[in-house]
Ligand binder design. Structure first.
Ligand code: NAD
Length: 494
């Protein structure tokens, strides 16, 4: 910890690399990462940053663990038991993990405790339970042959994740990768390393063999890039921004042509038709969706498409909810929206607010909170723009903050045209009482998930991911297993 760091009360963050089941120093060419609490603007600890050599050592440890067979060839029932024990330990340490996440990136503590940590536990348990229940294939052949199609782990998985749901995103990669016997090297985001390091420590405590799960905190263009370019990483799984995703495709092409699974950003449309079953609920969810997690959500319904007949009333209802939102100290149980993750991200969002003022009408918000309690933190008022057209920059670019653009549409065809007129294709919301319209519009939307008369719903049993520039992979559900396994055909002549 540097002299200037102000420790967070009651937290004992792990701040070194986690390699081969143990803490490791980073080689000293990379300056450590200062961890700034976005609620106070103060550095609360520093974390070692992995360099290229450190990443190489972590990949080496993962490879040796894989080759040893202690996990990759373990009885699937053993993998299940270890992962269930790990989930129990995460649950037992939920309060500490929740406070780490909130201190790292400003998520309200109620959401860290009630959403983030339970999501990791559920994910680990879901894939633990799948570990010993998978079946391979015995395709039909001629009478004198036997063909076996078996699913095998790919080997060493490189996982690079963002900071907005740091443990949920890590869990979505680790669950299916570990359940099928792979070894993993995880590169957490620069802001959220301490929660990832603790997650790995708990996995080892639960009995995961050394080297199977390694964590290399570090800078994206250094540690992340080294992982992406490593010739001994068999597959790369990534959640984050489009530009980084594209750089990973280059890194893979320039190295060993490893498959790259991308879960990228979005500019999700939320279509509210005049015949929505309950416009109050639709307004609740429109506001909740964009202001939850301070708008730092890949699926945030940042384009609210409203049928022109109800535009004024519905916009007023959303503005009223934006103003009622409780913004403040993320450690306060009553807080609904915490700070933006960093000063840099806050500046980016404020720049978009300035752009929005020139393109549309600011209906509410738009200012940094400057009360004495908030002045040093990175807080922004929930912000709503009306009269937005779909060619505006605030309608086309992912802002990743609590900023909503309201766009009017005339009829169903107009709504679908506007919704699909975006480079992204992650998710969409759709509010209507007309069953046929629900199916028609859902089919026409070029996205990975459509929520009808709800938003942001879904359990582990359904796949999640995008189309177009929102990515190619699917997290969650048994479909995620195919990212981390290869099929082998064994043909036997009888
Ligand atoms: P980011 O791309 O800046 O960073 C994501 C991760 O990539 C971090 O760990 C970072 O260190 C690493 N990274 C950065 N540059 C790299 C490089 N050159 N080589 C290798 N790794 C590198 O994204 P972010 O700001 O952390 O996250 C926000 C983005 O993530 C948004 O676009 C959001 O929509 C997206 N996201 C998508 C999903 C999804 O499931 N589709 C979920 C959450 C977030």
């Amino acid at each position: 910890m540097t002299d200037t760091a102000t420790p967070a009360p009651d937290l004992d963050p792990r701040t070194r690399l986690f390699v081969d089941g143990d803490w490791a120093d980073a080689d000293d060419t990379e300056p450590a990462l200062a961890q700034v609490d976005p609620a106070t603007g103060r550095t609360w600890t520093t974390v070692a940053a992995a360099g290229i050599g450190d990443v190489d050592r972590a990949v080496g440890a993962a490879r040796r663990a894989f080759a040893s067979g202690r996990w990759s060839r373990a009885d699937p029932a053993t993998r299940r038991a270890v992962m269930l024990a790990w989930a129990d330990l995460v649950e037992a340490n939920a309060d500490e993990l929740a406070r780490l996440v909130t201190t790292e990136m400003g998520k309200p503590i109620a959401h860290s405790r009630g959403i983030e940590i339970p999501a990791v536990c559920k994910t680990i348990r879901y894939y633990a339970e799948l570990a010993d229940k998978l079946v391979d294939e015995l395709p039909i052949t001629g009478p004198d042959e036997l063909a076996l199609v078996t699913r095998e782990p790919v080997g060493v998985v490189g996982a690079i994740v963002p900071w907005n749901f740091p443990l949920t995103m890590a869990g979505w990669k680790l669950g299916p990768a570990l359940a099928t016997g792979n070894s993993v090297v995880l590169k957490p985001a620069e802001y959220t390393s301490t929660s990832a390091l603790r997650l790995a420590e708990l996995a080892t405590e639960a009995g995961l063999p050394d080297g199977v799960f390694n964590v290399v905190p570090g800078r994206g263009p250094v540690a992340g890039d080294a992982l992406a370019r490593h010739d001994d990483v068999d597959v790369l799984t990534f959640t984050g921004s489009g530009p980084t995703g594209r750089s990973l495709l280059h890194a893979a092409a320039d190295s060993n042509a490893k498959p790259v699974w991308l879960e990228l950003g979005g500019k999700s449309p939320n279509l509210v038709f005049a015949d929505a079953p309950d416009l109050e609920v639709a307004a609740d969810m429109a506001a909740w969706g964009i202001f939850f997690n301070a708008g730092e959500m890949c699926t945030a319904p940042s384009r609210l498409l409203v049928q022109r007949d109800i535009l004024d009333d519905f916009s007023a209802a959303v503005v009223q909810r934006a103003r009622a939102r409780v913004v403040g100290d993320p450690m306060d149980d009553a807080t609904e929206t915490g700070p933006i993750v960093s000063e840099r991200q806050l500046r980016t969002v404020l720049d978009y607010v300035d752009v929005g003022r020139s393109e549309a009408e600011l209906l509410t918000g738009g200012a940094r909170l400057d009360t004495p309690d908030h002045a040093d933190g990175f807080f922004l008022e929930p912000t709503v723009f009306g009269g937005v057209t779909n060619d505006a920059r605030i309608a086309r670019e992912e802002i990743f903050g609590p900023v909503l653009s309201i766009i009017a549409f005339d009829d169903e065809a107009d709504a679908v045209r506007i919704a699909n007129d975006t480079p992204y294709g992650l998710a969409a919301g759709l509010w209507t009482s007309d069953l046929s319209r629900a199916h028609r519009v859902s089919r026409a939307l070029e996205v990975g998930t459509v929520w009808v008369n709800c938003y942001e719903e879904g359990g582990l049993s359904v796949p999640f991911g995008g189309r177009k520039q929102s990515g190619n992979g699917r997290d969650k559900s048994p479909h995620a297993l195919s990212k981390f396994t290869g099929l082998k055909t064994t043909w036997i002549s009888l």
